[in-house]
Design a protein around this ligand. Sequence first.
Ligand SMILES: [Zn+2]
Length: 518
Amino acid sequence: MDPRRLVHRLLVGTATLTVALTGLTVVNPSPAAAQVCPPPATGFLSSAPATAPRTVALTFDDGPGPFLPQILKILRQYNVRATFFDTGAHDATYPGMTRQIASDGHVLGNHTWDHNYPSQVPGGWTVPYLVDQIYRTAAQDIALTGQTTCYFRPPGGFTDNVLATMQHTGTSAVLWSIDTLDWQQPPYFSQAAVDAIVSRATNVGGQAHPIVLMHDAKASHEPDSQVTRFRANTVAALPRIIEWYRANGYVFVGMDGGSGLRGFNTDFNGDQLGDVLATRPDGSLWAYLGNGAGGWLGQPLVGSGWQIADAMYFAVNFSGNGHPALLYRKSSDGSLWMYSTNGAGGWASNRQVGTGWNIFSTIFSPGDFTSDGISDTIGLRASDGTLWLYPGAGNGTWAAPQQIGAGFTGYRHILGAGDFDGDGYPDVLGVTASGALMLFSGNGFGGWRSQQQVGAGWQNFTDVLSAGDFSGDGYPDVLAARPDGTLWEYAGNGTGGWAGQFQIGGGWNALTLLAGVG
Ligand SMILES: [Zn+2]
């Protein structure tokens, strides 16, 4: 039988199953609650939140659009948090990109639905008109991402009735202090245009907290002959802008004051590059530190006595300390323990977090599977092949487990895959008994969106794991060990497929347990 069809039939039949098993409460997954906005600013904001002596807010208007994925990729590579003032119309056109903005951890701002200037609206910008434009966009963005838009940028920077509207909508109005004028770029790549954007973006004039205005798309209504929708010059300028601000001591902040992207800084030693931890039969624990380019920086010894463990995996921020935690199961009694890390290649604390986890043949973290900002755990029950989601609570405990699948009996490996298909939500990969590699795409709210076969012949690998973006291209990869001890990187292409495969090590058959972190 075609394994793809078999798995499809089994999973579809149980995708919404909510049968309560003895002693376990089953709860339907619910979308993440929308966060509450801070009180609206009384005036227009034209400086970045001053969370450090020097901060800078990069802002991108008018998207999403075809150039946004390149911008998001650069921001991931530099771990820079930005603010995107999207129009509702473009969010409706590009829902996947909208979710990606939010799930990467950027601030999703509001830029009206239609992007009409006051002169383009009969009667101009009245408070009811602006309230309607903002509410429609906000309602859609909550449905798409679970996030409330707390910041509003008026199209064109017009201020008519904007502050009065903010009191109704509970949002803060954001202008800018540095205008890159990148909307003026020509409809083709031009080094002079790139240089001009960089020059304007970095002309801070002594500002300690600038807001930089850029555009990832076009939403204004001039004909393309007057204002192009081409943004490759903005894309090319962005790394130079980021490097300039970083070299001059600025911290990148979203308009909410937050820094850094969700899912980053999830490595073991704090360099934001994916790593692998592995035990040897003598109980020693080793950290194989990724170099972010498909290779290794080193392999320090980081523990001993680990022969007591028969399973281990990383869960990002499970303890609530902002760093990944290594969870491991004691073979003697099936108890689950959490070793929280200090984010710098060392350990913070160790305590028991569960009992009876030996009912599972595999346990792993898919990342934040429920879109509440806390990583979760999935277990495959050995007795009946069902899959169980344990939603992380953010303090080293879980909410009630939920059954999220069945038919996984005989799977050789099952693992978190990061956002393998690029829709903004974490996914799961599994290797069937016959070696089919299946991609189960998460829907961001504790369930599934779709599944497809993405490989064959994977039955020969002794271990398969994810270490996040191991190659440094911004997309999660898969690592797999062969019986001859060679370790291979299968580079994800960010859209559910593959960019290539590379041997990245040997001698891995001398290791016992492997756990990827990244
Ligand atoms: Zn605009």
